[in-house]
Design a protein around this ligand. Structure first.
Ligand code: 7ML
Ligand code: ZN
Length: 880
């Protein structure tokens, strides 16, 4: 998109209801080689709720459309009666209610941005969220315009035997000359972003679901012929999700058919189009030989996520895109709960918090920080962020916890009853929480409007004479772009107190007649607040922010001994893990400051003890023994020390491996896989602990360990074990390294999803020549810059998961990334903009790296003809 002026920002405060409403849409899509004709027939009327503008013109969104004709109520318009520009069609004089017919031509084969209607391999598909529908036809492309859609698709019968759209098929037939058509009708009014169309030579895998009220729903997966044997797991996941939403939220599916199409070229994870979800094939296809446990669990989570959108997103949608977290935060919360119920709740919580801390806390502390409900954006595609999704989910979770299970369920029932069929705001959601519970969430609402991660500075005192224990909490929130001063938040702060033998004390606050439980959720509201516990016999150890009850940072001066004590005794599983993380973090960061320091013996013993606990849940144990990641560690320092952190973390890992070699070998042996593959939590936990142990051992592989790792690769029991071994081999100096990587490529070159893994293990290897290797791999015939999964698994992985190599002091990584961003931007701006984010936090680094990254960002920002997507990231990174 060529552009002279800087793109303008859109502001929440400028929201206006639409001037027109659409009651009905009839689409006729004629797919022909290199020219698709789209006829739209819209039933429009003036919006009675819009600010009065009698006789005002009609303006429709439309981009990259070749307009063929416009008619109002069947009368073709003369050129003077309308105007067309790069982004719209304006019809000057229209009645109060009328039909508008337009005809446009588009070229899906040339659509490399993968937004709107595009070709992926031999099939056609669509991606309309957020503003892709305007690349298919002229329309009021905003979520508060909801209409009933009828869609007719015409195509070549041989090339596209399968023609799909939203809702139910109502008519189909032959048109002669090798062409045919199908008409679909969606009875539910929906915004245009939920429109979908798919056409191609696809195979269908069908099963069914009988709803709680006894209706039968056909479940259909559409995939390319070679993938028919990889849908079983996604199908079971869908059935589980449908049952779960009935049981947990009383929500049933509402159409007779639910379709999922797997597509290889897709910008995001998946899309919840009404009745016709389109998925990145990565989140559908799996067999134990091709997919890891992570993949299997990811599929379950994403299938759940998209299914849950049918109520939280589709039946009730967003008024405008500032409200994105209304559907995304809530739906992530729902998919997190679903996964927790299907697997290990404790492990799921740890994984979610790990992700939040590593990515969302970082986003909140950088130049792209924004509230869960942003105030403004240049390109909405840049706001599908961890803040909107993951912090948004935490904000829903806090409300669920504040209300308790019964009141929260009542509040959700009220939300569904009150707003079904509407396009609403996060404020409407919170009002349901208030109305159903009687609680005042006025102060709580700030979580939606205030960016930044709050910090709790905590101190304690114990008075043996009065047997009172006081926690003093001071809350603050650092400034973020556009928000220099922060207001205090309402923070649910869950705490417990452990007496010296490690059991929980009953908690009684001053003024209360009796103790009330052993975990208390304290309501923090003030900048500074004291909580006085009475009848405390001895100085306790506090267990703070149990279960991660709020997305905040807790600062409390624990001794090493206190952390080891909590690690061993805290009744809160999450906090046992968190104590281990804090301890490991401390040990690693001490070593960054003082590289020659010895490993504290207590630290090794704490890990040994954890390893020796035979009763321990293996999956949880693997989480406990996983050291905090480099980027999270970096966030704890005033200035990132890339090499220092890497070296310190590696040394600590190697030190633990050396000290615990026998224990690790024993654990690895006890965890080896024997039976057939399944994803039961116990099996996943066994593989995850076994591979974690192998990872430690491979820090300094002697002959025995190297043989063990190579054997695991060659045995090929499951892709989980193969990939774990392959990643360790790729990251090692073993002489077999090249041969093993070549073997894997030869074996899997026909399977794109497996090859993605092969690219990633090489892009994340620590070898000094990794950048050169990444560049060479771009020339591999299996690689393609046109496929987002490939770009992410090679270039994205290098830039975000290989700190030492990406941040090499010669700046080669930065120049490489900027080159790729500029290469990709004209073709696919969304993916280009995502890549560029890897340099957005340049101010956190040392002056030399700052200068190198800044120069690359300036080079990007100064390039003519940038997309809004890349422009926004580049400019905001530089100015903040
Ligand atoms: C989150 C999605 C998008 C963007 C999927 C696209 C979606 C928008 C879409 C959690 C699980 C799976 C996918 C996503 C995700 C970024 C992330 N509406 O459903 O939110
Ligand atoms: Zn979503």
């Amino acid at each position: 998109m060529p552009r002279d002026a800087s793109p303008r920002a859109i502001h929440l405060k400028d929201y206006q209801p639409p001037a027109f409403l659409v009651d009905r849409v009839r689409l006729h899509v004629d797919l022909r080689e290199r020219t698709t004709r789209v006829r739209a027939d819209l039933a429009l009327r003036r919006n009675p709720a819009a600010p009065a503008a009698p006789g005002g013109a009609l303006r429709l969104n439309g981009e990259q459309l070749a307009l063929q004709s416009v008619a109002v109520d069947g009368r073709a318009l003369a050129p003077a009666e309308y105007a067309v520009d790069e982004e719209s069609l304006t019809v000057y004089a229209v009645p109060d209610a009328f039909a508008l017919q337009t005809e446009v031509e588009i070229v899906p084969e040339d659509n490399t941005a993968l937004e709107g209607l595009y070709a992926s391999g031999a099939m056609y598909c669509t991606q309309c969220e957020a503003e892709g529908f305007r690349k298919i036809t002229y329309y009021l492309d905003r979520p508060d315009v909801m209409a009933r859609f009828t869609t007719t698709i015409v195509a070549d019968k041989a090339r596209c035997p399968v023609l799909l759209s939203n809702g139910n098929p109502v008519e189909a037939g032959d048109l002669g000359a090798g062409r045919h058509f199908v008409t679909w009708e969606d009875p539910f009014p929906k915004p245009s972003y939920l429109f979908a169309l798919v056409a191609g030579d696809l195979r269908c895998i069908e099963d069914r679901h009988v709803t709680a009220s006894g209706r039968e729903v056909a479940l259909r997966f559409y995939v390319e012929p070679e993938n028919v044997d990889k849908c079983e797991h996604a199908m079971r996941s869908l059935q589980k999700a449908m049952r779960w939403d009935e049981e947990r939220f009383g929500r049933e599916y509402d159409l007779d058919v639910y379709m999922i199409v797997a597509v290889n070229d897709f910008n995001m994870g998946a899309m919840e189009n009404k009745g016709l979800n389109v998925f990145n094939s990565k989140f559908v296809l799996a067999r134990p030989e091709t997919a890891t446990d992570r993949d299997f669990l990811g599929i379950q989570g994403v299938v759940g996520h998209e299914y849950f959108h049918n109520w939280t997103g589709n039946r009730i949608t967003c008024r405008d895109w500032f409200q994105l977290s209304l559907k995304e935060g809530l739906t992530v919360f729902r998919d997190q709960e679903f996964s927790a119920d299907m697997g290990s709740r404790g492990v799921k919580r740890i994984e979610d918090v790990r992700l939040l801390r590593a990515n969302q806390f970082a986003e909140d502390a950088g130049p792209m920080a924004h509230p869960v409900r942003p105030d403004s954006y240049i390109e909405i595609n840049n706001f599908y962020t961890v803040t909107v999704y993951e912090k948004g989910a935490e904000v829903v979770r806090m409300q669920a916890n504040l209300l308790g299970p019964e009141a929260f369920r009542r509040a959700m029932d009220l939300y569904f009853a009150r707003h079904d069929g509407q396009a609403v705001t996060t404020d409407d959601f919170v009002r349901c929480m208030e109305d159903a519970s009687g609680r005042d969430l006025t102060q709580f609402r700030r979580w939606y409007s205030q960016a930044g991660t709050p910090e709790l500075e905590i101190s304690d005192r114990y008075d043996a004479v009065s047997r009172t224990y006081t926690l003093s909490v001071r809350q603050s929130c650092p400034p973020t772009p556009g928000q220099p001063d922060k207001q205090p938040l309402h923070i649910p702060f869950a705490v417990g107190l452990l007496e010296p033998r490690g059991t929980d004390l009953p908690l009684q606050l001053a003024g209360e007649g009796a103790p009330q439980g052993t975990t208390r959720v304290l309501d923090l509201r003030e900048p500074e607040q004291d909580f006085r516990f009475v009848d405390v016999p001895e100085r306790p150890t506090p267990s703070l922010l149990r279960g991660f009850s709020a997305p905040v940072k807790v600062r409390f001066d624990y001794s090493d001994e206190a952390l080891m004590f909590l690690m061993a005794h805290d009744s809160d599983g999450f906090n046992r893990w968190d104590a281990a993380q804090r301890l490991a973090q401390r040990v690693i960061l001490r070593r960054v400051a003082e590289p020659a320091a010895r490993l504290a013996p207590g630290f090794v013993d704490a890990f040994r003890q954890a390893l020796a606990d035979a009763r321990a849940d293996r999956a949880l144990l693997a989480e406990v023994l996983t050291l905090p990641g480099e980027s999270y560690l970096a966030d704890q320092l005033a200035q990132v020390d890339v090499d220092g952190i890497h070296r310190a973390r590696e040394t600590v890992k190697t030190g633990l491996a050396a000290a615990l070699r026998d224990e690790l070998l024993a654990v690895r042996a006890a965890c080896s896989d024997t039976g057939p593959y399944d994803i039961a939590p116990a099996s996943v936990g066994r593989r995850s602990l076994g591979n974690l142990a192998l990872g430690y051992l491979m820090q300094r592989p002697d002959a025995e360990v190297a043989a063990l790792c190579l054997r695991q690769y060659r045995a090929g029991r499951s892709m989980t074990d193969v990939m774990a071994a392959l990643a360790l081999i790729a990251d090692s100096e073993l002489p077999e390294r090249g041969e093993v990587l070549a073997d894997f490529r030869a074996r899997w070159q026909h399977d794109p999803l497996v090859m993605d893994k092969w690219f990633t293990v090489q892009a994340t290897a620590r070898h000094p020549e990794t950048l050169a290797r990444v560049q060479a791999l771009m020339a591999d015939p299996v690689f393609s810059m046109r496929n987002p999964n490939k770009v992410r698994s090679l270039i994205g992985a290098f830039a975000t998961a290989n700190s030492v190599r990406f941040h090499a002091t010669d700046g080669g990584g930065y120049a490489f990334l900027a080159d790729r961003v500029l290469e990709l931007d004209p073709a696919n701006p969304q993916i280009a903009a995502r890549l560029l984010r890897a340099m957005s936090r340049w101010r956190r680094f040392d002056p030399a790296r700052q200068a190198l990254m800044r120069a690359q960002l300036e080079r990007v920002a100064g390039t003519a003809g940038l997309s809004k997507d890349v422009y926004e990231i580049a400019v905001k990174s530089l100015e903040a």
